[in-house]
Design a protein around this ligand. Structure first.
Ligand SMILES: Cc1cc2nc3c(=O)[nH]c(=O)nc-3n(C[C@H](O)[C@H](O)[C@H](O)COP(=O)(O)OP(=O)(O)OC[C@H]3O[C@@H](n4cnc5c(N)ncnc54)[C@H](O)[C@@H]3O)c2cc1C
Length: 380
């Protein structure tokens, strides 16, 4: 038997859950997730940062548009605050000063950053080596995100509005007949005129099942670890510290230090695991920049950040197949952009006016920007 819906959402990570929650208020929506629980892949593996200055200008516009949701979510959305203040501090060595200057020149950053002297940077994060930092920029208004609370909030909204989540449902094929898609899974078949591809690292694979040409969305491995801090160090008020070329970052996390070598290694979509080499690189870079030595590692993991060729997310209907909608390519920014991305996606899917999204460069998010798939190959 095939169940009938208005919209089938594929993938129950933050992208699928957030758009499904928006849509379920006015449509019959089913969300299909291959894993046993939502959030097993990228959504459950992030560094949980909200920053309005992280990512390219398109990402930054989506993040700015998401701010209000994080600070004032709808009543009943979450039992706890979604965000906790945590500055983001960009540091540069002497040879990186031109990069810091170029970054600071971005016009939309002007109201969000202030320059710190190296001494002030060391006061903000006392483990930094005095001879390492030549200049620094601080974003005061960045924050830690409670990703689980955010994700569960969207899933709850979805369920309360009558949406159906089916887990252990791997979408194996997507035939299109008489204006309707059928998502054929091991847990049954689900039919609807509209499909939302929120499959994260598998977005191109899902497109292929639908006979839609891939966009060149490339999963890249990023490694992270939690290390112990020397006793007596109270790190909770430190900002997140990010190398201006994003060669590493570190961030206090519940009494430990989250460290990443900020690697971006292209890999096939999979349940990605950390490599010893990347862990060693992370430790080495942090030892060069700080007074930490041989920190004890409590936990290590890796996750996939999936990028379209121009590193902007893809939100919109495909040009080739009717009713096939992309919500993919969120890269390293899918948490902080989720509220605005979901609202925009739901508006486009309902065919409503996008007048409220004046501050978002919609054309630069649309899959139609890749007018020729050959152009994608030349980016790759
Ligand atoms: C180490 C690391 C640090 C990060 N830090 C940040 C950060 O600080 N801030 C930020 O905003 N972002 C950050 N990110 C990025 C963020 O985690 C991602 O952009 C976001 O989680 C992507 O969400 P998603 O829903 O698209 O993907 P996912 O969470 O991967 O969800 C996609 C889902 O689709 C399902 N699926 C795939 N194929 C099928 C199929 N055929 N049938 C059914 N289901 C299918 C998968 O099982 C998966 O659950 C980080 C990522 C990593 C790895």
């Amino acid at each position: 038997m095939t169940d009938e819906f208005d919209i089938v959402v594929i993938g129950a990570g933050i992208a699928g859950a957030s758009v499904a929650a928006e849509l379920a208020r006015s449509c019959r929506v089913v969300m299909l997730e291959r894993e046993e629980y939502p959030g097993y892949h990228s959504t459950g593996r992030s560094a949980a940062l909200f920053s309005e200055i992280y990512g390219n200008s398109v990402v930054r516009a989506l993040s700015r548009a998401s701010r209000n949701f994080f600070y004032a979510p709808p009543p009943g959305f979450a039992a706890h605050p979604l965000v906790k203040p945590r500055g983001s501090l960009y540091i540069a060595r002497e040879e990186q000063l031109p990069h810091l200057e170029t970054f600071a020149q971005n016009k939309d950053l002007a109201g969000s950053i202030r320059r710190l002297t190296p001494e002030d940077a060391l006061r903000a994060c006392p483990i930094l080596r005095p001879d390492y930092v030549s200049a620094a920029l601080l974003e005061d208004d960045a924050a830690d995100v409670d990703v689980n609370e955010l994700h569960q909030g969207f899933l709850r909204q979805f369920r309360n509005a009558g949406g159906r989540l089916i887990v252990n449902a791997d979408v194996k094929s997507l035939p299109h007949n008489a204006g309707r898609w059928t998502a054929e899974t091991n847990a049954g078949a689900f039919r609807a005129p509209l499909i939302v591809n929120a499959a994260g690292a598998w977005a191109d694979a899902v497109a292929a099942k639908a006979g839609v040409a891939p966009l060149g969305i490339r999963p890249c491995r990023r490694t992270a670890l939690l290390a112990e801090l020397p006793s007596g160090l109270a790190a909770d008020t430190w900002p997140m510290v990010i190398d201006i070329d994003e060669n590493f970052y570190l961030k206090p996390d519940a009494g430990l230090l989250l460290i990443s070598p900020a690697d971006e290694t292209p890999v096939a979509a999979c349940d990605v695991q950390p490599e010893e080499f990347d862990i060693a690189v992370a430790i080495d870079r942090v030892e060069q920049a700080t007074t930490l030595t041989f920190p004890r590692i409590r936990k290590r993991w890796a996750g996939l950040r999936s990028f379209a060729p121009d590193r902007s997310p893809v939100i919109g209907f495909d040009s080739g197949q009717p009713g096939f909608f992309w919500l993919a390519g969120q890269g390293g920014y899918g948490i902080q952009t989720a509220p605005a991305a979901a609202k925009l996606a739901a508006t486009l899917l309902r065919g409503d006016s996008v007048g409220a999204f004046d501050d978002i460069p919609i054309a630069q998010l649309s899959p139609l920007r890749f007018t020729s798939r050959a152009a994608i190959r030349s980016h790759a």
